[in-house]
Design a protein around this ligand. Structure first.
Ligand code: NAD
Ligand code: TYD
Length: 342
């Protein structure tokens, strides 16, 4: 089986390719990645000499590149996206472009060959919007509330329209928040782990009571392989671990795992439109894909902290580049205001 993995050197893509290379020896992988600030080709350098792996630098919105790379591929797994909610609030345009238009370009190429097996669109539980109680199931109405989640909703709706209209074998997965190795340190868990290592403040938005349903990234990867092998075209599958935590609980767990003191915490001005809670019902993935998560939060966090400790060069090179300007823009005023109010 030949798999085209778009966005394959971002956080989840990297973990997915590693998972496939070790667990599916008869699959080969082509990665197509634009190498935005979030992509690192060297994440997969161990496979450079493998005849099962190839890398192409390119944009999923570029039809010429996509039509060069996709022929011969049986499966497309589309991870490529702009992914950070805070950046989407600052600049929504790139999100609409990659997360909606990019999906259309991929689908147009995919539909030219009706022997292809699966177009797997990686979506998010954020398309359901904030869920104050209970758990979202796949038939619930979508209520995306950030430019990121709205763009992801647009992308998956477009993908499903290609199933309905053209019979393209689209499968959609809606995953909860992932964490683990190779996550860009703009997201909560790697930001707070690396800030704690550096003795920097941990900027908690609002009251720190927002809840997320955390999933270790390899559990997501096993669900995606199960969706490719056992999923039904036209079907949507929620994927999550059911390990709900408030951001404050996550922060205290990080403090403990890094041996840091709680005086690093700063409660800062909230994110605009901040969704209070996400939680998914994964019973469909459990019964139809025969999938279940395996890593509990304590184990996954310990693995993650150890990875960031052992790979300081990886995140330090990121934090000393473009990231510094980004961090200043997003956090300087917030942190100054919180010091003033202490
Ligand atoms: P990431 O930001 O770490 O990586 C995104 C990758 O896509 C990068 O390698 C980047 O270079 C590439 N990319 C961006 N725009 C591109 C374009 N136009 N053409 C080609 N490549 C492009 O993201 P991630 O956290 O690994 O997320 C991967 C996917 O999973 C996304 O679709 C995201 O919406 C979804 N998802 C993520 C989470 C999570 O918690 N991280 C949860 C649910 C769903
Ligand atoms: P994030 O990792 O950005 O994922 P998402 O917004 O897609 O869920 O954020 C996870 C939670 O952590 C979310 O409730 C926002 C919060 N958060 C902070 O409190 N401080 C931060 O610096 C960041 C990045 C996130």
């Amino acid at each position: 089986m030949r798999v085209l993995v778009t966005g394959g050197v971002g956080f989840i893509g990297t973990n997915f390719v590693k998972y496939v290379m070790s667990n599916r020896p008869d699959w080969s992988v082509t990665v197509l990645d634009k190498l935005t600030y979030a992509g690192r080709q060297e994440n997969l350098s161990e496979f450079e000499n493998s005849d099962r792996y190839s890398f192409v630098k390119g944009d999923i919105c570029d039809a010429a590149v996509v039509s060069r790379v996709m022929p011969g591929c049986d499966v497309v797994v589309n991870f490529a996206a702009e992914t950070h909610v805070d950046r989407s609030i600052d600049d929504p345009a790139s999100f609409v472009r990659t997360d909606v238009e990019g999906v259309r370009v991929l689908l147009e190429e995919f539909k030219k060959d009706n022997t292809r097996k699966v177009f797997l669109q990686i979506s998010t539980d954020e398309v359901y919007g904030s869920v104050e109680t209970g758990r979202s199931s796949e038939s619930d109405a979508l209520d995306p509330r950030s430019p990121y989640s709205a763009s992801k909703a647009g992308g998956e709706l477009l993908a499903m329209s290609y199933f309905t209209t053209f019979g393209v074998p689209v499968i959609i997965t809606r995953a909860s928040n992932n964490y683990g190795p190779f996550q860009y340190p703009e997201k909560l868990i790697p930001l707070f782990i690396t800030n704690a290592f550096q003795g920097e403040k941990l900027p908690l938005y609002g009251d720190g009571g927002n809840m997320r349903d955390w999933m270790f990234v390899t559990d997501h990867c096993s669900a995606l392989v199960a969706a490719i092998e056992k999923g039904r075209p036209g079907r949507i599958y929620n994927v999550g671990d059911g390990q709900e935590k408030t951001n404050k609980e996550v922060t205290f767990a990080i403090l403990e795992a890094t041996g840091s003191d709680s005086d690093l915490i700063r409660f800062v001005e909230d994110r605009l439109g901040h969704d209070r809670r996400y939680a998914v019902d994964v019973s469909r993935a459990a019964s139809e894909l025969d999938w279940k998560p395996e890593i509990d939060f304590e184990t996954g966090l310990a693995l993650t902290v150890n990875w960031y400790r052992a790979n300081a060069q990886w995140w330090q090179s990121i934090k000393s580049g473009e990231f510094r300007e980004y961090y200043k823009k997003m956090y300087s005023a917030r942190l100054e205001n919180s010091e003033r109010n202490q």
